[in-house]
Ligand binder design. Structure first.
Ligand code: GLU
Length: 586
């Protein structure tokens, strides 16, 4: 098989043609196997922070917060305390999976028309770079719940490694420099952001050291004052001022938000039961609503379970993977939203019988042009007369976030995806505190009727899909990724690669990604169309996006039968990830 990948060096694209089975021969696959705990993140300082906390006797929950806080320093454009996320935790002693939803929430000022101007949807990018797009941040409350209920260390202890990285600085990577370069306009609008991330209006060069003393200060205040310091203190006031009265560069104008101290003080994280489904002998636990990830992945897996994929040629199996994903997305777009506002037919969507009905819509030889939503209500045990979907809608969704996963020596596991939505979120750094505010409110549909319209106190539908899988009652693997709505397909495809194609996890992660979300064409990665696999699928009517882009940045753990753990990060995407085991296997 031939695969070319330009992200390593665009100049080599036309000259490098690598023969390989699934991954480029020059790719480094960060994989670590060992005992004790293990971690996979997209950033080496973050993985090191997790291992340091494990070495100090902390558990997986402590280590996950430490890694996440460090990612807030080294990957500030993907995540941070100005955003929110979803954490799935396995508590080994109780043999229990719980989830913490700390998704950003719409301020009380929101209504279904908040993003309409004279009846028309506002320009998406204008809303992104504004105070209007920021939801009430959930990260600090989520970390607080995780540590207080399931951790063993204090905020101060777990934030210490991140404080050190923010104070001493970290090395700017090529990827950091490149992504900053394509967001200069947004960041240039906000002096507080430019002061930290731009040097004379330009991104800092790769190899230089970047420090963020303001963020170190914010973390120290959290360490001293706990979550209150964020939600009711001076830091909270600074958040409100940044949202409601953004300070902008000369000549720039941005829309103001309307968030109050009461919105902040009232913010709650939610402990939710995970979405549970089964797939070929595995028990799969995912994130429930308001993330659509767990339900959509479970539905697609239920559809795929009806086929003997292992017995098929690979292109036929991949065709079915794409079609199952298309159907799951049709349902996701039609039905799923914040469960505190919308009565989504989750039981129906998760039913194996419903999956069998959906399977009837798949042509094994020909791609569907466009799949309408199905009718899960008869499979719902629900005697009310619910609204049927208004039709198909493909939202414009961002593609930046981060995922990390950690285990500890006692067998606890965390699978955690967290975000500030777009790359760089709203673009607004909270002055004096060094963190960017999210633009999560743009995950709402701007116009209705749709389940996911904005409403006061509502959480926008997410795609984040931190996932844990078990076999025979024992942990088997964890998986998750960033990437907006492509998160769902990246997690689904990696599970398909691992279980159905039988690829070892590093290859399952590194394989070219295909993201079919019931749109006009499947999103693909650079170089994919040159592969024979792509040509075989095209013969079945699959259509490829004309603008290939890197998809996702997955991180996984595999729990091996001999008791070791293998941490797996990206081998070539996002500047290569970082996998570490507490005690390396010899
Ligand atoms: N806002 C997205 C979501 O919640 C995640 C952002 C991303 O990964 O790009 O689904």
């Amino acid at each position: 098989m031939i695969f070319r990948h330009p992200s390593v060096c665009p100049l080599l694209v036309s000259t490098i043609v690598v023969t390989l089975t699934l991954q480029p021969a020059w790719a480094k696959t960060p994989v670590a196997t060992g005992t004790g705990g293990a971690v996979a993140t997209i950033s080496a300082p973050a993985s090191k922070a997790a291992i340091a906390i494990l070495d100090q006797g902390g558990n997986a929950i402590d280590a996950a917060v430490a890694a996440a806080a460090t990612l807030g320093v080294t990957d500030p454009f993907s995540c941070g305390i100005g955003g929110g996320g979803f954490m799935v935790i396995y508590l080994a002693k109780d043999k229990r999976v719980i989830t913490i939803d700390h998704r950003e929430t719409a301020p009380a000022s929101f209504s279904p028309t908040v993003f309409l101007d004279q009846g028309k949807p506002m320009d998406f990018e204008t809303v992104v770079a504004s105070g209007m797009s920021a939801g009430v941040p959930g990260t600090v409350r989520g970390w607080d719940e995780a540590l207080t209920r399931y951790g063993s260390m204090s905020f101060k202890q777990v934030l210490a490694p991140a404080v050190k990285v923010a104070t001493d600085g970290f090395t700017v990577s090529d990827n950091f420099n490149r992504l900053l370069g394509i967001n200069l306009v947004k960041f240039g609008k906000f002096p507080a952001t430019a002061a930290i991330y731009l040097k004379n209006g330009k991104p800092p060069v790769a190899g230089s050291v970047l420090r963020n003393p303001d963020l170190a200060r914010a973390y120290r205040e959290l360490g001293a004052g706990g979550a209150k310091a964020f939600y009711t203190g001076k830091m909270g006031r600074a958040v409100i001022d940044a949202v409601n009265r953004p300070t902008v560069a000369a000549g720039a104008s941005v829309r103001r938000g309307n968030m109050t101290m009461a919105d902040l003080a009232n913010y709650e994280a939610r402990l939710r039961l995970p979405v549970h489904s089964t797939y070929r002998g595995y028990d799969v636990y995912g994130m429930p609503l308001p993330s659509s990830g767990g339900v959509a992945i479970a539905e697609a897996l239920n559809i795929l379970e009806g086929y003997d994929l292992k017995a098929m040629p690979r292109d036929q199996a991949e065709h079915l993977y794409l079609e199952a994903s298309r159907l799951a997305f049709a349902d996701r777009n039609a039905y799923l939203a914040d469960p505190e506002f919308v009565d989504a037919p989750v039981a129906g969507l998760l039913s194996k019988n419903y999956a069998a009905r959906r399977r009837e819509a798949i042509d094994p030889t020909r791609a569907a042009l466009h799949a309408p939503a199905g009718d899960p209500y008869p499979f719902q045990n629900d005697t009310s007369v619910p609204l049927r979907p208004a039709g198909y809608k493909l939202l414009s969704e961002g593609a930046h976030t981060t995922h990390l996963t950690v285990s500890d020596k006692d067998g606890n596991i965390v699978s955690y995806t967290y975000t500030i939505e777009s790359w760089g979120g709203s673009g607004m750094v909270v002055p004096g505190y060094g963190f960017l505010l999210n633009n999560e409110m743009t995950d709402f549909d701007f116009t209705g009727p749709a389940p996911n319209v904005p409403e006061a106190g509502k959480r926008p539908r997410s795609s984040m899909s931190p996932t844990l899988a078990f076999k025979d009652g024992k942990p088997a693997f964890s998986i998750g990724s960033p990437g907006g709505a492509t998160i769902i397909t990246t997690v689904l495809q990696t599970i398909f690669n691992y279980i159905d194609l039988g690829l070892p996890m590093p290859q399952a992660v590194d394989a070219p990604r295909l993201s079919e979300r019931n749109g006009m064409a499947t999103d693909i990665e650079p170089g994919y169309t040159t592969l024979p696999a792509a040509q075989a699928l095209a013969k079945r009517g699959q259509r490829w996006s004309a603008e290939p882009e890197e998809i996702g940045a997955a991180n996984a753990l595999v729990f091996n039968p001999d008791g070791t753990v293998t941490a797996v990060s990206e081998g070539w995407r996002h500047g290569v990830g970082s996998a570490m085991a507490q005690k390396a296997a010899h």
